[in-house]
Design a protein around this ligand. Structure first.
Ligand SMILES: Nc1ncnc2c1ncn2[C@@H]1O[C@H](COP(=O)(O)OP(=O)(O)O)[C@@H](O)[C@H]1O
Ligand SMILES: [Mg+2]
Length: 282
């Protein structure tokens, strides 16, 4: 008869879990079945993250257009030809590498002000790509498009609040030249810009912008206007007052032409890759 109070174990002690799993994995491997490990899951998640960031960068590129594409508007492509640029680029590079997280958390803005053609939008685009590649959602527009979208939206009967929502969503919202020459923007447009900027400020979300100004005084004037005084509060400002890139490029092209002319009058134009000694023999 079965002894109900017999407490002696009827089976061997259980095998350690690790051994069981190893055996099962070995068995599955023999049958050609591959099991996804924790490392596989992590690698796939990392790939998915990279894929999404790649798509976000491409979407940003589409907004910015080919002139400010990823491969031409990076900090690496930004040429330094004036000492003030070196300082601005060094500071910006430091921010993008070390201070982006803090800026995004505290809603600290960045303002690039300066004369036309100094590369403010190039630097803004480079900053947006850097932020986008680190996983921040970024959105860009230029001032005139911002105003036009409101005009068109209101004509269609859209609600202001709905139109504004799009500008409040991204972690970083960038706007180029929100202060167009006087008379180009209606009071209503400016009021909408003020609302977008103020709401972002309230939610501690950074707004980055470029401002064209002929000198630092004019830039300061634009910043203390009703729209920007809050945004400028605690913002990182970059004063870009140096000769325009186009001017420098034109000067270089002229110098090259003159040099070519001198060469031609000496011994005919150099052919690509031709050594000077060879040309002298001709
Ligand atoms: N220092 C620079 N190095 C290389 N390209 C530059 C530089 N500054 C400006 N550019 C180029 O010149 C063009 C005009 O610059 P942009 O950023 O639009 O100037 P801004 O916004 O100050 O008017 C862009 O194609 C930009 O990439
Ligand atoms: Mg510009």
């Amino acid at each position: 008869m079965e002894q109900l109070n017999d407490t002696t174990p009827q089976t061997n002690p259980p095998a350690p879990v690790g051994d069981v799993v190893r055996d099962q994995l070995a068995d599955l491997a023999k049958r050609g079945i591959r099991v996804r490990t924790e490392a596989d899951v992590q690698r796939d998640q990392e790939r998915e993250l990279q894929r999404r960031r790649g798509l976000a960068v491409r979407a940003l590129e589409q907004q910015l257009g080919p002139r400010y594409g990823r491969s031409c508007a990076g900090l690496e492509q930004y040429e330094i030809y004036h000492e003030a640029q070196a300082e601005v680029v060094a500071r910006l590079r430091y921010i993008l590498e070390h201070e982006l997280a803090g800026m995004a958390r505290d809603g600290q803005s960045m303002i690039f002000s300066g004369t036309v053609g100094t590369g403010k939008d190039h630097l803004l685009a480079a900053s947006l790509y850097a932020a986008c590649e680190r996983g921040y959602s970024c959105d860009w527009t230029d001032g005139l498009t911002f105003y036009a979208k409101f005009r068109d939206g209101i004509k269609r009967g859209d609600l202001e609040q709905d139109l504004l929502k799009a500008y409040l969503k991204p972690d970083i919202f960038a706007i180029s030249d929100p202060v167009p020459p006087a008379g180009q923007v209606s009071d209503y447009g400016l009021q909408m810009l003020k609302r977008a900027v103020d709401e972002r400020y309230r939610f501690r979300k950074p707004t980055w912008l470029t401002l064209n100004a002929k000198d630092p005084e004019e830039a300061a004037g634009a910043l203390t206007s009703v729209v920007f005084d809050r945004l400028a509060d605690g913002a990182e400002t970059f004063a870009c007052f140096w000769p325009s890139y186009r001017e420098v490029a034109r000067k270089r092209a002229k110098e090259r032409r003159e040099q070519g002319f001198k060469d031609a009058s000496k011994g005919g134009p150099a052919q690509a890759g031709e050594a000077p000694a060879r040309r002298a023999q001709r």
